[in-house]
Ligand binder design. Structure first.
Ligand code: GAL
Length: 817
């Protein structure tokens, strides 16, 4: 949570008033991507180093190369990276408490200030801060902070990114101030009539003598109207801390819920007499959560998780935090019908959680992918003994005021599941750490082993068991462990490449194209089509729902290519250049794959209809093409060039899917979740008409496209903020002269930007493309690609030009204000 006086661009720091300052420290860093002997020293010459602003991920700059591990994205994320920043402190700051806060540093951070070592933090996904008061010079001369990062090869099962990829802050406080992550706001009672706010605020006293201060809590609604306040006197021992606990009742609270994510702000003021010593802002929501063995409840209403697992990278932008990138990602997920996110397998950025609060998404905040027993040679297991407790507790402390967070996960597919003797003990210890801080939310973990963790008492150590890829066991678990609360923490793991269809439909392990068909039935041995999970969720109402693997494609883990299974150590480069995931319902650009619509048909009620595949099958005239329709209509009728191919009724007309996962016996699955027709191919068009209550309400048509003729551009928002951070996502389509998408087009598109913005990145969602994300050109993949434009920090028009040989070019205007 933030100091009230934030976001000053840093030049020199003066303190004219008594209250605290929180200064954004992202600008004007020096960077060097290699070992640099003596770079921690003041006298080190960094004048030749690169100048840049944070957040920064050096690995996304590439190049992709087979000499890097495809499992981690085939990008250069390991090695050494140094960052240095020069700054001046004003004399007024002397005697204050000055802290340097890193919201996340990937990986293995060591920090020096003016040549003195101030501390380290190995885990890249957690924020940390150091009190640097005593290392600074306040006489107007140069101060230097130096940060060394050393992410290791073979340290991650996915793309971690590398660098100071989240924000850095310089915080200047009076000796008496609200501690780091020092407020904890809960809402034990929330009804339509009354809401109770419980506010525990930790006040730190570094003044050297006991002090009695006034702690005031003021509550503001989203219109910034003061709605309640409360205060008390608090004595804080010299060089100690004390906790103020205040309860405040408010009438007719605006409840934080999935469709109405109302937020409030608490402003905490610490004062002594008329002197304000600190002001601290905490955003929170009024809501209650509960669970039983039969379900999860938000504000006393049952909610089933229509969830997705999400890794932290934003495709072509890598891991560097851009709030808009996360916002768009989560908006796309919401439009699929998603109501819950699992932050696999690590604490996400602050911004990510803020957006979940704002959009009304439930979050499972996950701490770890490993404990002590390793998954990859240089993983977090190395640090678990020394840092595990601290990292877990810091996640809870950092994130506990987000109304979106409804569950803490202590780990994913932890190898200790197999440790019959001690696995449960570690789980108990971690669970206890969480409970020391937060008793208001349940704990969980994702278990993939069956029936190990249930039999050896490990699953019973957390409040709610997460079951990875065992939908067939939900009922057995209920019978054997009737008290166990559970949900599918990872489900389906179906794979596909956007716009790619392989005929005839068959289940294969890999395909020579290094792509995966979008008929939505292929996956690794533990995977199964979404339909199977839908079915078992319906059969097991005690399950709290599911989190699919995954909402979005992500960099790294290109299963089924490159690695045989999850336990393969070493590089995954046998199928190079495949280097990013096929698991997403949405591709790396944010373009929906067909699976997006399958989930939408199940998870939303607003009428929708979707048809696949494309209708460009030259040379296959007369041959059978399976046509699938994903819809939440009651029935649908397919037409080929105007001829009806028959009506299909949802729930009655089933589609047979070849399913073959683990020990699932039938080997085929009769899906009531998709409608299908086998039709002989003739060029022209296919059209599907959707009916609800007997009435025709929707239709969707796909035409056979002609030759690529033009580029068409569209943007997610025509107006963006001139803040140097905001992004416009431009969808690029290769179309024939009638405006039909050319589904196989791979034309190279060249981009240029004029005006108040710059081209930040390009992509096309092709998991095998090793073109640079930072180039000013991109080939289309299945007829589409993406250009991301970043606003400058001055208002103006931004024009994006897109050109391609033999195609009519196009331009698009964006306003930046
Ligand atoms: C799970 C694992 C995920 C991902 C997924 C792919 O076992 O927890 O991180 O690897 O498999 O299917």
């Amino acid at each position: 949570m933030n100091k009230l006086f934030g976001l000053l661009c840093f030049v020199a720091i003066g303190l004219s008033n008594l209250t605290a300052q929180n200064l954004n420290f992202n600008d004007s860093w020096k960077f060097f991507n290699d070992k640099a002997v003596g770079a921690e020293h003041v006298s080190f010459d960094d004048s030749k180093w690169r100048n840049l602003n944070l957040p920064h991920d050096w690995a996304i700059e590439g190049p992709f190369d087979v000499k890097y591990n495809a499992r981690a994205g085939g990008l250069p994320f390991h090695g050494t990276g140094w960052y240095r920043k020069h700054f001046k402190m004003n004399a007024d700051a002397k005697g204050k408490v000055v802290r340097l806060e890193f919201e996340g540093a990937m990986y293995n951070a060591n920090v020096w200030v003016n040549g003195k070592f101030v501390g380290k933090r190995p885990y890249g996904y957690i924020g940390f801060e150091f009190d640097v008061s005593k290392y600074l010079k306040y006489d107007g001369s140069d101060n230097i902070v130096a940060v060394r990062l050393t992410p290791e090869d073979l340290s991650s099962r996915w793309y971690p990114g590398a660098g100071l990829y989240r924000s850095v802050w310089l915080k200047i406080d009076n000796p008496i101030h609200v501690g780091q992550w020092g407020t904890f706001i809960t809402t034990p009672t929330v009804t339509k009539e009354i809401g109770v706010i419980q506010n525990e605020t930790t006040v730190v006293n570094k003044s050297g003598k006991d002090e009695t201060v006034t702690v005031k809590q003021e509550y503001y609604n989203s219109e910034n109207n003061l709605i309640a306040s409360e205060k008390e006197e608090l004595t804080v021992k010299a060089n100690g801390s004390a906790v103020s606990e205040l309860y405040t009742k408010i009438k007719k609270p605006l409840i934080w819920d999935l469709d109405t994510p109302h937020l409030y702000n608490a402003v905490t003021t610490i004062s002594k007499g008329n002197n304000v010593l600190d002001t601290y802002k905490t955003r929170f929501g009024m809501r209650t959560i509960a669970y039983t063995k039969d379900g999860f409840f938000l504000n006393n209403k049952p909610v089933r998780f229509n969830g997705v697992c999400i890794h932290h990278d934003n495709g072509s932008l890598g891991s560097a935090v851009y709030k808009r990138a996360d916002e768009r990602k989560l908006q796309i997920m919401k439009s699929m019908g998603v109501n819950a996110i699992r932050t696999s397998h690590n604490p996400p950025s602050r911004e990510f959680l803020e957006i979940c609060d704002e959009l009304g998404l439930l979050v499972q905040d996950e701490a770890f992918d490993v404990w002590k027993m390793k998954k990859v040679p240089n993983g977090y297991n190395k640090f678990f003994d020394e840092w595990g407790e601290r990292d877990l507790k810091d996640m809870v402390l950092r994130d506990r005021n987000h109304p979106s967070i409804v569950m803490w996960s202590i780990g994913n597919e932890i190898i200790e599941q197999k440790d019959k003797k001690n696995g449960w003990r570690v789980a108990k210890r971690l669970n206890d750490y969480v409970k020391e801080i937060d008793l208001t939310r349940p704990t969980s973990a994702g278990f993939n082993n069956y029936s190990g963790p249930y039999d050896n008492n490990m699953a019973q150590q957390v409040d709610i068991a997460g079951v990875n890829y065992k939908p067939t066991k939900y009922s057995e678990l209920r019978e054997n462990y009737p008290e166990l609360a559970l949900y599918g923490s990872e489900t389906s793991s179906c794979t596909s490449s956007r716009g790619v269809y392989h005929l005839p439909i068959e289940k294969y392990k890999t395909h020579e194209s290094k792509h995966v068909t979008s008929y939505d039935l292929i996956g690794p041995p533990w995977a199964y089509p979404p339909d199977v999970e839908f079915h078992f969720q319906e059969q097991n109402p005690h399950s709290m729902g599911e989190f699919i693997w995954t909402g979005f494609d992500y960099l790294g883990e290109p299963t089924p290519y490159g690695g045989k299974d999850n336990s393969t150590n070493g590089y995954w480069n046998a199928d190079w250049p495949s280097h990013s995931s096929y698991f997403g319902a949405v591709d790396l650009c944010g373009f929906p794959k067909d699976r997006f619509f399958l989930y939408q048909s199940q998870w939303t009620t607003e009428p929708m209809i979707h048809l696949l595949p494309h209708w460009n099958w030259k040379g296959m005239e007369g041959q059978t093409i399976p046509v699938y329709c994903y819809t939440n209509c009651d029935s649908a009728e397919l037409f080929v060039n105007g001829k009806s191919m028959g009506k299909r009724v949802k729930g009655k007309d089933l589609t047979e899917l070849k399913v073959n996962f683990l020990r699932y016996e039938p080997k085929t699955f009769q899906s009531k979740y998709r409608l299908s027709w086998d039709v002989p191919y003739e060029s022209g068009n296919i059209k599907v008409v959707g009916y609800k209550n007997g009435k025709q309400i929707l239709e969707e048509q796909i035409n056979t496209a002609g030759k690529p003729a033009k580029i068409s551009l569209s943007v997610d928002r025509k107006e963006i903020n001139a803040d140097g951070e905001d992004l416009a996502y431009v969808t690029v389509r290769i179309e024939d002269k009638f405006g039909n998408l050319c589904p196989n087009a791979d034309n190279l598109v060249n981009f240029s930007v004029k005006g108040a913005g710059e081209l930040l990145a390009v992509d096309n969602g092709n998991q095998t493309s090793v073109e640079s994300f930072q180039a000013n050109h991109r080939k289309a993949f299945s007829g589409m690609c993406l250009a991301i434009v970043k606003a400058d920090d001055v208002s103006g028009k931004i024009t994006l030009y897109a050109k391609s040989k033999k195609l009519k070019s196009s331009k698009l205007e964006i306003t930046s204000k």
